[in-house]
Design a protein around this ligand. Structure first.
Ligand code: SAM
Ligand code: SF4
Length: 448
């Protein structure tokens, strides 16, 4: 994802099975090239296949085929507060007492109006995403007020997707009906694990039963529900994960975000990991867990449309697709990132990260922006490749050429196809599983 809240790791090589933060993951502030790399793997033996059900041209192209797909326009709203900080999480989330909802409501609405003014044109809104932090700590009135401003400032796609991320504690799910009444039509529930011992280890404040009850409640209120799980947890075997994922799939959500646990810098998990107190699955087991994920999700009709995101056909997160198809979006709230066209130039916006700084800035200036930077065409090319090659539909080479001012060199595409790293289908190019393992190298080649 989606944030655009911090997205700081987007420009590093992502292992095939990593790719968490779908909806909260944004472009890194630092642009101008692809960093961190498994480049050596490009020159050496082909990477290990993670799955026997490896994506093939036919499965990859199922759905979108070869037609040009419009990315759409989205609005991301970041709520930066949580009841407690989970020890693995480095999102822009903070624990604060006595949050003044009406002050935050007014500030988010002001930021939104101000940012809308920046746009050369007012596009039709295809998706709105309330991410966090824990947006299910927002009052229904706050969500409603923000959606009211969006409806005043923009035309809405009649089929607009409005998602809110929720934690499955009873405090949060008591508000689900208020969110529905405010206009939210899709709920994304952070279940994370379906056994109490692992939930405790993850520092979660809810039990597995509570998570299942919250999901049932969400399904009784919203037509569209997604769940998040974190796997590749310490001590998790492939059989454990198989049983847990089978249970998750039996709950019947149309969409699942399944992320392997990542050890992030400056988190309690990192400190434990460094001391040898937290052992993650090794690469072989991680590959096996990834393979189980693909196998069970495919069998249940929840195909991976992105590295870590699975959906019934047609139930993909439209908000995710705005990012991955390299569309434009506003980022509202602390730390939010945006991609907009201002004075005919594509620009990256970043908001002040710390909630108090952001709020003070909005109160003083009417907006929380800390920077607004034009993105040159080379950076646009890198960003588009990095996002698009995570998708099973790949990228549209014609759109790439129009946006980035140059076509991809056909000889480079052929070379990467012959190395088994890309698939070419009419005007689309798609990374194979092997290609995604060395994505930075593939992008560096293509962007030349
Ligand atoms: C920032 S959280 C927001 C959702 C909500 N606050 C929650 O915790 O359920 C978005 C998602 O990121 C994923 N996530 C956060 N930190 C992670 C980590 N270190 N490794 C893997 N996934 C992570 C979790 O699956 C989580 O649902
Ligand atoms: S509740 Fe979600 S956003 Fe908050 S700390 Fe935990 S994982 Fe991070």
């Amino acid at each position: 994802m989606p944030t655009p809240d911090n997205g700081k790791q987007i420009l590093r090589t992502l292992p095939l099975w990593e790719g968490r933060r779908a909806e909260n993951q944004r472009f890194e502030d630092r642009r101008g090239g692809v960093s961190g790399s498994n480049d050596d793997r490009l020159a050496s033996s082909p990477p290990r296949r993670a799955s026997s059900s490896a994506l093939t041209a036919s499965t990859l192209l199922q759905g979108e085929g070869t037609r040009t797909v419009e990315p759409g326009f989205g609005i991301y709203v970041h709520w930066p507060f949580c009841l407690a900080k989970c020890p693995y999480c480095d999102f822009n989330s903070h624990v604060r007492k006595g949050i003044d909802q009406s002050q935050w409501r007014n500030a988010l609405c002001a930021d939104l109006r101000n940012q809308a003014e920046l746009l050369d044109e007012r596009p039709t809104v295809d998706s709105v995403f309330f991410g966090g932090g824990t947006p299910s700590l927002m009052e229904g009135e706050t969500v409603g007020a923000i959606l009211g401003v969006i409806a005043n400032e923009f035309a809405l796609n009649p089929d607009v997707e409005i998602t809110l991320e929720a934690n499955p504690t009873s405090v949060d799910w008591a508000r689900f009906q208020d969110y529905r009444s405010a206009g939210v039509n899709r709920l994304s529930l952070g279940m994370q694990a379906l056994n109490d011992a692992d939930l405790k280890r993850l520092g979660r404040w809810h039990s597995a039963d509570e998570a299942v009850a919250a999901l049932a409640k969400a399904q009784s209120i919203f037509d569209r529900v997604s769940l998040d799980l974190i796997y590749a947890r310490p001590g998790q075997t492939s059989d454990d994960w198989r049983a847990e994922l089978e249970k998750a799939l039996s709950l019947g959500t149309e969409h699942l975000s399944l992320y392997q646990l990542t050890i992030e810098p400056d988190t309690p998990f990192k400190a434990q990991h460094d001391k040898g107190l937290l052992r993650l699955p090794d690469d072989d087991l991680a590959g096996e867990l990834y393979a189980v994920t693909q196998e069970l999700c495919e069998a249940a009709g929840r195909r991976a449309y992105e590295v870590s995101n699975h959906a019934k056909p047609g139930a993909e997160s439209r908000h995710n697709l705005v990012y991955w198809r390299y569309g434009e979006y506003l980022g509202i709230g602390p730390g939010a990132h945006g991609r907009i066209t201002h004075q005919k130039v594509k620009q990256a916006t970043v908001a002040a990260k710390k909630p108090e700084d952001w709020l003070a800035q909005v109160l003083a200036n009417g907006n929380g922006r800390s920077s607004q930077t034009p993105i040159d065409r080379d950076d646009q090319a890198n960003e588009m490749l990095l996002m698009g090659l995570r998708l099973s539909e790949g990228i549209d080479a014609g759109r790439y050429a129009r946006l980035c001012g140059k076509p991809i060199n056909p000889a480079t595409i052929e070379a990467l196809v012959s190395q088994g790293l890309l698939i070419k289908a009419d005007n689309r190019i798609i990374a194979t599983q092997e290609g995604r393992l060395v994505l930075n190298s593939v992008i560096a080649e293509l962007a030349q």
